[in-house]
Ligand binder design. Structure first.
Ligand code: SAJ
Length: 422
């Protein structure tokens, strides 16, 4: 029998939960969004949004005004519960922090009833879905769960990772294939029926542990490939070879597809998720750990390049000091054409320069109108005003910089748009 979902509850109304809630609501299903952030709840209930994502504002506005989406700080009765809360890591060992999942489990447990489906979407270490099932079972001894009752359980539980790219969430939610890992076949069937409400891609069924590992594998694959490109960039710099020309040439091979080097890897996913594999299997995950270390070391390498450039400039000008050298940084966000400055290697580099360099540090960031107060030593300027700086440090390949010809001054191009090859 196909599961029916009259009311769906989405727990966690952030970058994944809110678009997903709006998507279910757009299919005329009643959605209750739950979040601990009362201000976000109020914003959503006014039909507005608290995050930046193209087309999300329109979707949330119509979902709320048409009465399909409502937000609350308290969990309420529903047919399906979808958990999309953060899973950061903590400490030097990068141990995954499942406390938000545990809090979500404790919040929904009192309102669960037989026939409910609970889906975990948060990126998680292998075993997290079983752990979630354990917390729910502990809180509700009156109900049966798949780990004990198998296919006959009252509650169905599945893991289904989100895989959408920030900036393209509203399209990718509909068109990407979904990996669905039920704790039992019946759990998977229920989760497929849920996602089929809006997913036009394939819903591919596996078990929960494989689905958890699939998500971590996708982001680790990208991290390892970018680390390869970043290591090549350091090697090529030493050997006086243009790394972008090199990669373009190598990628003409039909079975080679190297990603692009940069100032480091940012964002909330690719720089985090590989640690979830390393923390569970530290002795085995050697390449994955090394890739993380290579990518995390890249900002320091860029800072050394700036130091060398300053020293080089002063060599020919004995009367000058570092205070006379102006550095212009192009881009602060964690990737091109967005305004998200969180977890950004470009921002970390600009901040470190502001602390270490005695001269002026200019910043060009076309996607923000003002710099955060913590960056007061940096000067936000236009592309034209940055053109006279002594050192031109290209950190993010925003479209505005692609459209600009290479400025004069000493160039350190971390993205290959001014000094790229082929
Ligand atoms: N980067 C490079 N070189 C490249 C590509 C990316 O240096 O060739 C850098 C970017 O500049 C950025 C970082 O990597 O700092 C990550 O950017 P991204 O565009 O690769 O990925 P995210 O973090 O925005 O989104 C990823 C996506 N995962 C994959 O493509 C495998 C997305 O599909 C996931 O849903 C998302 O992580 C997530 O939520 O896990």
């Amino acid at each position: 029998m196909t599961a029916r979902f009259e009311t769906i509850s989405v727990v966690g109304l952030g970058y994944i939960g809110l678009p997903t809630a709006a998507m279910f609501a757009s299919r005329k299903t009643k959605v209750i969004g739950v979040d601990v952030n009362a201000r976000a709840v109020d914003t959503i209930n006014r039909g507005e949004i608290h995050i930046v994502e193209p087309d999300l504002d329109i979707a949330v506005h119509s979902a709320v005004t048409e009465g399909y989406l409502r937000a609350s700080t308290q969990a309420e009765v529903a047919d399906a519960f979808l958990i999309a809360v953060p899973t950061p890591f903590r400490g030097n060992d990068h141990e995954p922090d499942l406390s938000y999942i545990e809090a979500a489990a404790r919040a929904i447990a009192p309102v669960l009833s037989p026939g409910n489906l609970v889906v975990l979407e948060s990126t998680s270490p292998v075993g997290a879905t079983e752990q979630l099932a354990g917390w729910l079972a502990e809180a509700r001894p009156d109900l049966s769960f798949p780990q004990a009752a198998g296919d006959a359980s009252d509650i169905r539980i599945a893991y289904c990772p989100e895989r959408v790219l920030p900036g393209k969430v509203m399209q990718e939610l509909i068109h990407n294939d979904r990996v669905i890992g039920g704790m039992t076949p019946r759990c998977s069937d229920a989760a497929v029926a849920l996602y089929k409400l809006f997913v036009e891609g394939d819903c591919v069924v596996t078990n929960a542990r494989t689905a958890e590992m699939a998500k971590l594998t996708e982001n680790s694959f990208r991290d390892v490939n970018i680390a390869f490109a970043n290591e090549l960039s350091v090697i090529c710099d030493k050997l006086d070879i243009n790394v972008w020309e090199l990669i373009a040439l190598a990628n003409r091979h039909p079975r080679v597809n190297i990603l692009q080097p940069g100032p480091g890897v940012g964002g909330h996913c690719i720089a985090v998720d590989p640690w979830f594999i390393v923390s569970r299997t530290p002795d085995e995950a050697q390449l994955i750990r090394a890739a993380r270390e290579v990518n995390d070391a890249k900002p320091q390498w860029v800072l050394r390049k700036v130091q060398e450039a300053v020293a080089h400039l002063l060599e020919g000008n004995p009367g000058k000091s570092p205070a006379d050298v102006t550095v212009a940084c192009y881009g602060l966000s964690f990737k091109p054409d967005i305004d998200d400055l969180r977890e950004s290697p470009a921002l970390a580099i600009a901040q470190a320069l502001a602390g270490a360099h005695a001269g002026r540090v200019l910043v060009v960031e076309p996607n923000v109108v003002a710099l955060p107060a913590t960056l007061e030593r940096l000067e936000l300027v236009s592309i034209q005003d940055a053109a006279t700086a002594d050192i031109q440090l290209l950190l993010v390949d925003h479209r505005e910089f692609r459209a600009t010809t290479q400025p004069s001054g000493q160039i350190i191009d971390c993205r290959g748009i001014w000094v790229g090859g082929q």
